[in-house]
Structure formats: structure tokens, C-alpha cells
Design a protein around this ligand. Structure first.
Ligand code: NAD
Length: 498
């Protein structure tokens, strides 16, 4: 009889001023594998003191980093992209082991991380300011885009690799230095990314990593005057707290927060395609994606047919070990996240709503934080199932009688990140583009978002944007210079004091 040999948890460190360090406290954070529930690694539980040291190191290093021509900064980033692609398999395994998404999804995420470095490296020759005519003769007005200084990059657990890349890449190309603070659930992908930055030769202090609690390390990074920009992806609740701490230093903020994407299927849609998209949009990453479909609005005339098929397809998803080939749905990231989703499922039953699929922990899995694909029909618009973010494989279903009604119900939300519309009618498409008040509308397709698109949220889904040239600009500080090049400097109104 064989026995399962559990390997000892590995010990990872923080990276401050070019050194891998334990930090000022002996305390550690235990990182668990959501599939086996066992501890796979520890990372230091950083303190305010560690955060301050990292900020100091970043501030010092930034001065030289900004002196490099952008093309040189880009060459480090392209090296990183190359190394990420070379190590794709190894990085994808680390990601799946700490986060739980199926390996094929982790591979896609790791490729996405490399693409972020490539995309932003392309801007090396395009961080363009403006040269403007002056109101006066022989003068010129120039607007420069300068680095901000130190960027605090605070990342969530649902895309532990790509979110680090999404913040590091624009910060580095624009001449900023960075302190990364990953989620305590999934710090290992961030550790790997920083190791790659080190191996790619990025000068010491330009990239730092501090692990620890949001309420301590995160809070220090946001409120400290050494920070010039806070870029955070995470929950709306944490985003609010970050705004408060950042007000201490009146720093710039980019917040990518929660979502509650409506998924509208109109009667003329290509049903087969819409069904495939509906399955991916809800169950991708076990429903833990900020752009996940979180409420389906189905045209009443096709609802019965669509829902029967959707339930069949949801049921057919293969739940299993995310490292195994053929697994469609892995576990959720933590026991806590599963319990939060389960509490939403418990709300079903009121006002005629009913769980028509799932809602339980699958009996086929002896370990792991799994939850079955869950469909709840007959849900009312004002239910928390429709109004609150459900970060798991649970979807409420509603029916609509007109396309306008679907748009109104979609907009009736505190959130405004992603939205989906399936229709062949051009009028409906245009209406959706103009009237759905969300930062992204996917028409007859699903995500993930693309690098050249601005990933941005209306209402409580965020502030600013990531990706695209609009996102890049937020990593720069505008400065206007007024230059007099006349032979006889000075203007009559400036010195009228004869
Ligand atoms: P979270 O808000 O709990 O944590 C995100 C990060 O913020 C973590 O690193 C955490 O330690 C840190 N943090 C928490 N409180 C803080 C504070 N007071 N000061 C400074 N830092 C603090 O989010 P999560 O649970 O890791 O991620 C899930 C959430 O992220 C979901 O709501 C999801 O919709 C959202 N998300 C949004 C996007 C997007 O692009 N809009 C992408 C992915 C995830």
C-alpha cells in the first residue's frame, strides 16, 4: 500500500532593495493549495517597517531608472516577457497550485502576463507629450509626461500573475519604480514574477515585493508620502479603505474593483454560440473573475429553451484536480470564498426563486474548496443575488420582455465593469453600446479583455483604467513648460513698473 508523501512547505522571502529578506517580524503567512487544502509555502508577514523600507529603496532606485532611455527600460521588459514564456509551464503550475484554476487557464494567464510586458514595451518610443503654440510671439508651450515616482501595486488572488504584470509593465516603461503587495492567498506567482525581474537584470530597488496584510502593509503603502501612485485591483470594500488611506498623501489612484456583469440574451441571438459564451463567462476561473457573468437576463420567448440547455452544459462540466488534463472546473481559492458563495445560495427560495442546479459541495471530491455549478431561476431584480457580487460558480436567472427593459435592469446596479449582449439586431447593438453604463460591453463574444482596450469601471467598479494608452497615461505626471526663445525676453504686461 502506498502512502501519500506530503512535501514540506517551501519558504519564500520578500524582495527589498535587491535582497531577498525575511523582514522585521518572525511571523509568516501560510499559503494553502485549494485542491488539497494543505500548506504549500510560507511567506513573511511583512510589517509597516518593511513597507517603509521597500518604499525607501524604490524612491532611491527610481531616480536612476527614469534616467534610462525608455528603449533600455523596454529591453528589460522584453527579457522578462521572454523568460515568462520560456517558463510558462512551471509558472502555470505554481499558479494552479496556489489558486486552483485549471492548468489550461493558468497557461493562458501566464501568456497574458508576458503580453503585458511586450505591449507596454512597445510604448518606449511613444510616451508622447505635446508641443503647443503660445499666446505670445516666440514662445512655446510644452506638455511633458514624466514618471510619477514610486508606484504601490496591490494585487488580488484571482489573477495572481497577470495582475502583477498589468501593474508592473506600465509602471516600468514610464520610469517609475514599484513596490508590489500581492494577496496573501496567492503570493507565490508574484514571488516568481519578481524573481524573473531580478534575473532579467532590472536594477536593484526598482522592483520590490512585500508580502503581508492589506490592513498593515497595504495601508502603509497607500498612506505613505513616498508613494506617488496606488494601483490596486480588488474588492470595492478594500478600494474604499484605500481611498481613505491614500487621502493622507493625496496620491494618485487607479482602482479596479468588483463587478456584477449582466449577460443579456435576446431572441434573435445565435443560441448555440450564446450558450457556449454563457458557460465560459460564468464558470471560467470557477466564477472568480471580475468580468464574470453574474446575472443572466433572458428574453422570455427563448428563456425555457436556453435555460434547459445552459443547465445541461453546466452539469456536464468536469469538476476535478485542476492539474489534471480534462478538468473544466477547479476548486475555489479558499474556504472563506466558498462559504461566501454558499451564503448566496442559501438566499434562494425567497420570492419564488429556486436552485435548479447545484448549490452543494461535490461529493466526488474528498478534499478541496469545490462548489458545484449552480443556477438559480426566478430571481427578483432587488434580490442580493442580483445586486451583490457573487464571486463563485453561481448564477441567478431573470427574464425580460423587451430589450430596453434588459438595459434598464442591467444598469440598475452599484457596479459597472463588464456587460454582455447577444443579439443580431444592429439597433440593439448600438443601443447597448450607448446605453449600457458599463466600462466594457462584449457584443456576441466573451472576455478576457484585450491589452489595447481600456479596462475601466463605472460607478463603484473603480477609478481610472488599466491597459491601453489611456491606462498608461495614468502612470505619468503631466508637466507644462513655458519657454521664451525671443531675442528680447519679457512681455510688456509683465514689467509695467517704469
Ligand atoms: P481584496 O479587496 O480582499 O484584496 C485585494 C488586495 O487589496 C489584496 O492584496 C489585499 O491585501 C489588499 N487590501 C485589502 N485591504 C486593504 C487596505 N485596507 N489597504 C491596502 N490594501 C488592502 O480582493 P480579493 O478578494 O483579493 O479579490 C477579489 C475582488 O477583486 C473581487 O471583488 C473582484 O471583483 C475584484 N477584482 C477586480 C478586477 C478588476 O479588474 N476590476 C480584477 C480582478 C479582481
Amino acid at each position: 500500500m502506498g502512502t501519500t508523501v506530503m512535501s514540506a512547505p517551501r519558504t519564500e522571502l520578500m524582495y527589498i532593495d535587491g535582497e531577498w529578506v525575511r523582514g522585521s517580524s518572525e511571523e509568516t503567512i501560510r499559503v494553502a493549495n485549494p485542491t488539497t487544502e494543505s500548506v504549500i509555502a510560507t511567506v513573511p508577514k511583512g510589517t509597516r517597517e518593511d513597507a517603509k523600507k521597500a518604499l525607501d529603496s524604490a524612491a532611491k532606485a527610481q531616480k536612476k531608472w527614469e534616467e534610462l532611455p525608455p528603449l533600455e527600460r523596454a529591453s528589460f521588459m522584453l527579457k522578462m516577457a521572454h523568460m515568462i514564456r520560456e517558463r510558462k509551464e512551471e509558472l502555470a503550475r505554481v499558479l494552479t497550485t496556489e489558486q486552483g484554476k485549471p492548468l489550461f487557464e493558468s497557461r493562458l494567464e501566464v501568456e497574458g502576463s508576458a503580453s503585458h510586458f511586450e505591449y507596454f514595451a512597445e510604448f518606449a518610443r511613444r510616451i508622447e507629450g505635446d508641443v503647443l503654440p503660445s499666446d505670445n510671439p516666440r514662445q512655446t508651450v510644452m506638455i511633458l509626461k514624466l514618471p510619477i515616482g514610486v508606484v504601490a501595486a496591490i494585487t488580488p488572488w484571482n489573477f495572481p500573475s497577470a495582475m502583477v504584470a498589468r501593474k508592473l509593465a506600465p509602471a516600468l516603461i514610464t520610469g517609475n519604480s514599484v513596490v508590489v503587495k500581492p494577496s496573501s492567498n496567492t503570493p507565490l506567482s508574484a514571488v516568481e514574477m519578481v524573481k524573473i525581474a531580478e534575473e532579467a537584470g532590472i536594477p536593484k530597488g526598482v522592483v520590490n515585493l512585500v508580502t503581508g496584510d492589506g490592513s498593515e502593509v497595504g495601508d502603509e503603502l497607500c498612506g505613505n508620502k513616498a508613494t506617488g501612485l496606488v494601483t490596486m485591483t480588488g474588492s470595492t470594500e478594500a478600494g474604499r479603505k484605500i481611498m481613505q488611506s491614500a487621502s493622507n498623501q493625496l496620491g494618485k489612484l487607479i482602482l479596479e474593483l468588483g463587478g456584477k456583469a449582466p449577460f443579456i440574451v435576446w431572441r434573435d441571438a445565435d443560441m448555440e454560440w450564446a450558450l457556449k459564451c454563457a458557460v465560459w463567462a460564468r464558470y471560467w476561473n470557477c466564477g472568480q473573475t471580475c468580468i464574470s457573468s453574474e446575472r443572466m437576463y433572458l428574453d422570455r420567448s427563448v428563456k425555457g429553451r436556453f435555460l434547459t440547455k445552459f443547465v445541461e452544459m453546466s452539469k456536464a462540466l468536469r469538476i476535478g484536480d485542476p492539474l489534471s488534463k480534462g478538468t473544466d472546473l477547479g476548486p475555489m481559492v479558499s474556504m472563506r470564498e466558498r462559504e461566501t458563495s454558499e451564503r448566496f445560495v442559501e438566499l434562494a427560495g425567497g420570492e419564488g426563486s429556486k436552485v435548479i442546479l447545484g448549490g452543494r459541495r461535490p461529493t466526488s471530491m474528498k478534499k478541496g474548496w469545490y462548489l458545484e455549478p449552480t443556477v438559480i431561476d426566478g430571481v427578483q431584480q432587488d434580490s442580493p443575488l442580483v445586486q451583490k457580487e457573487i464571486f463563485g460558480p453561481v448564477v441567478p436567472v431573470l427574464e425580460v420582455d423587451s430589450f430596453d427593459q434588459a438595459i434598464d435592469m442591467a444598469n440598475d446596479s452599484d457596479y459597472g465593469l463588464a456587460s454582455y449582449v447577444f443579439t443580431k439586431d444592429n439597433g440593439n447593438v448600438m443601443k447597448a453600446m450607448h446605453k449600457i453604463r458599463f466600462g466594457e460591453t462584449y457584443v456576441n463574444q466573451v472576455g478576457p479583455e484585450q491589452l489595447q482596450g481600456a479596462h475601466t469601471g463605472f460607478r463603484m467598479s473603480g477609478l481610472g483604467a488599466e491597459g491601453s494608452r489611456y491606462g498608461l497615461e495614468l502612470y505619468t505626471q503631466l508637466k507644462t513648460c513655458y519657454i521664451d526663445w525671443s531675442d528680447r525676453p519679457g512681455l510688456p504686461y509683465l514689467f509695467p513698473y517704469n
